[in-house]
Ligand binder design. Structure first.
Ligand code: HEC
Length: 313
């Protein structure tokens, strides 16, 4: 009996992991009520570019209403919620976007604090500069991780000798993710896991987390004024300046202010608070300069100068 059992066990396990007939996901067949609810409860702005909105919405529903990924994959109990938004204080819950799924929560020394064992720390699930979630994982890699629990980063090998603070002792298998609820999540359908993966592709990148390189989100966008044209020669007495390629650190709209710096002949600036104002050269031929100051929503400013050589009449 036992022998038969142990012989069929691998077969059973194999069957169990592929038991649900996994067909090609059809996003339009997803429950539209859950898709809509998922979009409504996503606590961060989503980048939907190139992504199926049904999968993103459904994935958000699973992550934010079901599997509580952020309960473990934020930075810890004190920063998981924004200031004034901690439901455990009796406040209206506001998830902290600065730690959302960015990893870093410390589950303590594993398997216990009596030996010289490493801490288990949740990982960063946000996309990196490749745009792929979990720091550049393909869907196949993600599927493998959730189905098998394999730790592709080999953060904590199994101890071969005495515990040294970085390995975990047998019978725990250091090749496998510990604490992480993959033994439950592995029972999800391919389509659900694809929805979660797609949702994780849409959330903003966060820096940090175990094993992540510095600047994983790519070079930071700065608030920077760009005033055009530069050294243009024009005959028309009225032209447009262009500050529209200026960049904003937080992606929110900039305010624009065009002025005439000291030393430049004066000109009329129409709508000097627009990205693209019109200027009229009122003082005849000459080299005109225009100073652009952009300010972002945090109050950070940057300046640049446009220069125009007016040769008309
Ligand atoms: C009970 C806490 C917990 C929950 C809930 C949880 N995780 Fe994890 N997860 C962890 C921990 C801790 C690790 C790192 C484990 C380790 O170092 O051994 C991890 C690791 C991972 C990894 C491996 C990352 C890598 O870099 O290879 C992925 C992927 C992952 N989790 C995805 C998820 C998703 C998706 C959800 C929600 C559906 C989720 N986790 C929910 C605790 C959790």
């Amino acid at each position: 009996m036992l022998k038969t059992f142990s012989m069929t066990l691998p077969g059973l396990l194999f069957l169990a992991s592929t038991a649900v007939s996994q067909t090609v996901p059809d996003p339009t067949a997803l429950d539209p009520v859950k898709v809509q609810q998922g979009m409504a409860i996503a606590p961060v702005p989503l980048n939907m570019k190139g992504l199926d909105p049904n999968l993103v919405g459904y994935g958000s529903y699973l992550v934010n209403a079901g599997a509580d990924c952020n309960g473990c994959h934020s930075d810890g109990t004190t920063t998981q919620y924004a200031k004034g938004g901690n439901p455990y204080f009796g406040q209206h819950a506001i998830v902290n976007p600065a730690t959302y799924l960015g990893g870093g929560r410390d589950f303590g020394a594993f398997p216990n604090s009596t030996g010289n064992f490493p801490h288990i720390i949740s990982r960063n699930l946000t996309p990196d500069s490749t745009g792929l979630p979990v720091g550049g994982d393909t869907f196949d890699q993600f599927l493998l991780i959730i189905r098998t629990g394999i730790d592709m980063d080999h953060v904590h090998p199994t101890c071969t000798g005495a515990p040294n603070g970085t390995c975990i002792p047998a019978p725990f298998d250091g090749n496998l993710l510990q604490v992480m609820s993959w033994p439950t999540f592995k029972n999800m359908t391919d389509q659900d896991l694809m929805a979660i993966y797609t949702y994780l592709s849409a959330i903003p990148c966060l820096e940090g987390g175990p094993g992540e390189p510095a600047n994983r989100c790519g070079p930071a966008v700065k608030t920077k004024a760009v005033a055009d044209p530069k050294n243009a020669t024009v005959v028309s007495g009225e032209i447009q300046l262009d500050g529209s390629t200026s960049t904003s650190a937080d992606g929110k709209p900039l305010t624009y202010q065009w002025t005439i710096p000291q030393g430049s002949p004066s000109a009329a600036i129409l709508h000097g608070n627009l990205a693209i104002p019109t200027v009229q050269f009122s003082q005849g031929r000459g080299l005109y300069t225009f100073l652009l100051t952009v300010t972002d929503s945090t109050g950070t400013s940057s300046t640049d100068v446009a220069t125009v050589n007016f040769v008309g009449n």
